[in-house]
Design a binder for this molecule. Structure first.
Ligand code: PEP
Length: 263
């Protein structure tokens, strides 16, 4: 872990504008004293603009859950990274729900990562194996293919800015929602950094932030955050409840405070 702990709440297709506004208000109240954490909210596209006016920017940052890689054109129903550039710091790219339900394949994920970077938006690149791939012993191959393809068109300097979220698909609440052992997560995170080292060198790989996602809650988050390989967490289901998300933020904050005392 280097720098601030990064906690990202992916609200998926939940919460309308007023529900989202209420959540932010409650979350703000419950995390008033929690400093030195980077808390990122990823609401639906519709909610980004109103939330951008509401949030305390010293406390929260915004992320898009998705965007289209072309800057503009005849692409009915889509929103480009260009249109989001002044609104969000981050964009989630390659989430397993997008890969599975919307067929975002490796080239599409690569193009989205590039488009995000081109528009000065930091991609949160989600990678991870399915249960089937894990059972077949294909985890490393999947991570290799997802990481190397997604970063293909970036310079070393650009890669340093990317956040990689290791999200085993079988651990995400949408799918099997199984508990991933921190030891196993650490091994995959090391492998991800190893891949980046092979491509761009040690210096770049150490700069990349790698976070964990998959059924994280207030009682499990610390087990992941304590891993030296881990820079934060991507939280889905538990982030749409202000009390549950605040419990995760609180656990991260307490860990940070206790580590500072020990140092
Ligand atoms: C996610 O969707 O990125 C995620 C981690 O979801 P959940 O926490 O609900 O498993």
């Amino acid at each position: 872990m280097s720098g601030k702990i990064l906690l990202v709440g992916n609200w998926k297709m939940h919460l309308n504008v007023s529900q989202a506004s209420l959540l932010v208000q409650r979350l703000h109240e419950r995390t008033r004293t929690h400093r030195n954490l980077e808390i990122v909210l990823a609401p639906t596209m519709l909610t980004l603009q109103p939330l951008s006016l509401q949030i305390d920017r010293r406390k929260f940052r915004l992320a898009a859950q998705n965007a289209y890689p072309k800057d503009e054109g005849p692409f009915t129903g889509e929103v480009s990274f260009t249109m989001l550039r002044d609104l969000v710091h981050y964009a989630i790219v390659g989430h397993s729900e997008r890969r599975k339900f919307f067929h975002d394949d490796l080239p599409m994920v690569r193009d989205k990562v590039k488009a995000a970077v081109r528009n000065e938006i930091t991609p949160i690149l989600c990678v991870g194996e399915t249960q089937h791939e894990r059972r077949e012993g294909l985890t490393r191959r999947v991570l290799h293919d997802q990481v190397t393809t997604a970063l293909q068109n970036l310079t070393a300097r650009e890669v340093m800015e990317v956040v990689v979220a290791y999200e085993p698909v079988w651990a995400i609440s949408t799918f099997q929602g199984e508990y991933a052992r921190p030891d196993d997560v650490a091994e995959c995170m090391r492998y991800i950094r190893h891949q980046i080292t092979q491509l761009y060198g040690e210096h770049v790989a150490q700069a990349v932030r790698v976070i964990y996602g998959g059924s994280v809650d207030g009682s499990t988050v610390r087990g992941y955050l304590e891993l030296p390989e881990c820079d934060g967490a991507l939280v889905g289901h538990e982030s749409i409840n202000p009390y549950h998300f605040a419990a995760i933020i609180d656990a991260a904050y307490r860990m940070q405070v206790s580590q500072a005392h020990e140092a």
